[in-house]
Design a protein around this ligand. Structure first.
Ligand code: 6PG
Length: 468
């Protein structure tokens, strides 16, 4: 990915200095692609730093975690005040916060930049989410905005905010990527297991959805993956792939951070748990013998059935995005970042893995208002979920009836049902907490905190403070 980012910058006319601990990689890049632009390769880090114009800007592309700290430590003795160190990997935002503060203390500037789009995006134009000091970003903006994907003449790169905010936004992007992919796999499972369709038939269905509001990169590549034939078996490749999803951690970080912030992030979190369950393959095999699963006979899928799954997928996707954007709103407030979520939607429209037509709708919503407590309540999204609701319920019921796991579809519907209840059932929960722990409750008809002396005389007393 680092090599492709370097080639991208060089192809856009920028001079690029190169250094890799494994010199062979630099040599390989130079011999194959050296003609693409102005490269200055270096065999050691001192030579690399010396070949840059001051104030220097350098981008680190290594595995997240300790390798980033190691490279920074290696660079430090060679840097001068005002130099800009950019981390373009998938770093944890709190690590970027720490690096930002540590380099600032040394008179250096750190930019934690989320970069999405995989190998191909890095070369042809990724989505870039830089966080750090605005002045430092301004120095690299001409290059970043030119390297990024362009949609309707606008670059898919924008300044995100201070500290680790760029990597935070990239983390939520990846969380949404998890939810998007989980919803796609649930739709696939319904078609395969309830309706008995094969991969080629399911590919045709996904292909048809390209002309709907679901149009997105992930729906596009789902068609490609489902259509791919396996040279070994002659069948669909997907039927030969082990059903265990791996993960590098960014989805888990998103879910863990939502728990920290108290944001109900059900879609992404269920997607993380679904990957964890998929990883228990041996256990699932044993369970299937003890708790037999009987695949339904495979009733023929009508166009109405296919449309219902599409609508359920779209409504659940809206919930996942609404929750992700609510999490960024909460993080922006808690961490003091002043995130511009309209900009985030704008730069996610191209280059990144979750690029989708639908992001234009989110961008429009934030253009109309900065203060959106929940996207589901905005006109377009409200209409879309209301329209999808009957199909959504039907699909969830169908899956439950046939024993097909659809954690993201069903938890999104439950979230929606919980969200639209002005009075939920937590009153009873508060009563229980007060009963066993004297945790107190508030009343609908009177201000203050109250406790009932459940195990004494049963009278209610007013307390000054809620219990600790
Ligand atoms: C991107 C991707 C990229 C990477 C994921 C994979 O935006 O380009 O999100 O960052 O492919 O991190 O994540 P998992 O291995 O956890 O699925």
């Amino acid at each position: 990915m680092g090599a492709n980012l370097a080639r991208n910058a060089a192809r856009k006319g920028f001079g690029v200095a190169l250094y890799n601990r494994h010199g062979g990689r630099t040599d390989a890049l130079m011999s194959e692609f050296g003609h693409e632009g102005r490269f200055t390769p270096s065999k050691d880090i001192a030579g690399f730093v010396a070949s840059l114009a001051r104030p220097r800007a350098m981008i680190i592309m290594v595995k997240a975690g300790k390798p980033v700290d190691d490279v920074i430590a290696e660079l430090l003795p060679h840097l001068d005040e005002g130099d800009i160190v950019i981390d373009g990997g998938n770093s944890l935002f709190s690590d970027s916060d720490r690096r930002y503060a540590a380099l600032k203390d040394k008179g250096l500037r750190f930019i934690g930049m989320g970069v999405s789009g995989g190998e191909e995006g890095a070369l042809l134009g990724p989505s870039m989410m830089p966080g750090g000091e605005k002045e430092a970003y301004d120095r690299i903006a001409p290059m970043v905005t030119k390297m990024a994907a362009q949609v309707d003449g606008e670059p898919c790169a924008a300044y995100i905010g201070l500290g680790g905010s760029g990597h935070y936004v990239k983390m939520v992007h990846n969380g949404i990527e998890y939810a998007d992919m989980q919803l796609i796999t649930e739709a696939y499972d319904l078609f395969k297991t309830v309706y008995g369709l094969d991969a080629a038939a399911i590919a045709d269905i996904f292909e048809g959805w390209k002309s709907s509001d679901l149009d997105s990169y992930l729906i596009d590549i789902t068609t490609d993956v489902l259509k791919k034939r396996d040279a070994k078996t002659g069948g669909a490749l997907v039927d030969s792939i082990v059903d265990e999803a791996e993960q590098k951690g960014t989805g888990r970080w998103t879910a863990a951070n939502a728990l920290d912030l108290g944001v109900p992030l059900t879609g992404i979190t269920e997607a993380v748990f679904a990957r964890a369950l998929s990883g228990r393959r041996k256990l699932r095999g044993e369970a299937e013998t003890l708790l037999p699963f009987r695949a339904p006979a495979g009733s023929k899928a009508t166009q109405a059935d296919i449309d219902a799954v599409r609508d359920a997928l779209y409504a659940s996707k809206i919930i996942a995005y609404a929750q992700g954007f609510e999490q960024m709103t909460a993080a922006s407030k808690d961490y003091g970042w002043e995130l511009k979520l309209g900009d985030v939607a704008t730069i996610w429209r191209g280059g990144c893995i979750i690029r989708a037509r639908f992001l234009n709708r989110i961008r429009d919503a934030y253009k109309a208002s900065d203060h959106i407590p929940n996207l589901v309540l905005e006109d377009y999204f409200r209409d879309a979920v209301l329209k999808a609701e009957p199909a959504w319920r039907k699909v969830v019921m169908l899956a439950v009836e046939h024993g097909v796991a659809i954690p993201a579809f069903s938890s999104s519907l439950s979230y929606y049902d919980g969200l639209r209840r002005a009075r939920g059932p937590a009153n009873l929960l508060q009563g229980l907490r007060d009963y066993f722990g004297a945790h107190t409750y508030r009343r609908l008809d009177e201000d203050g905190h109250f406790h009932t002396r459940w195990s004494q005389d049963g009278t209610e007393v007013r307390t000054d403070q809620p219990s600790e």
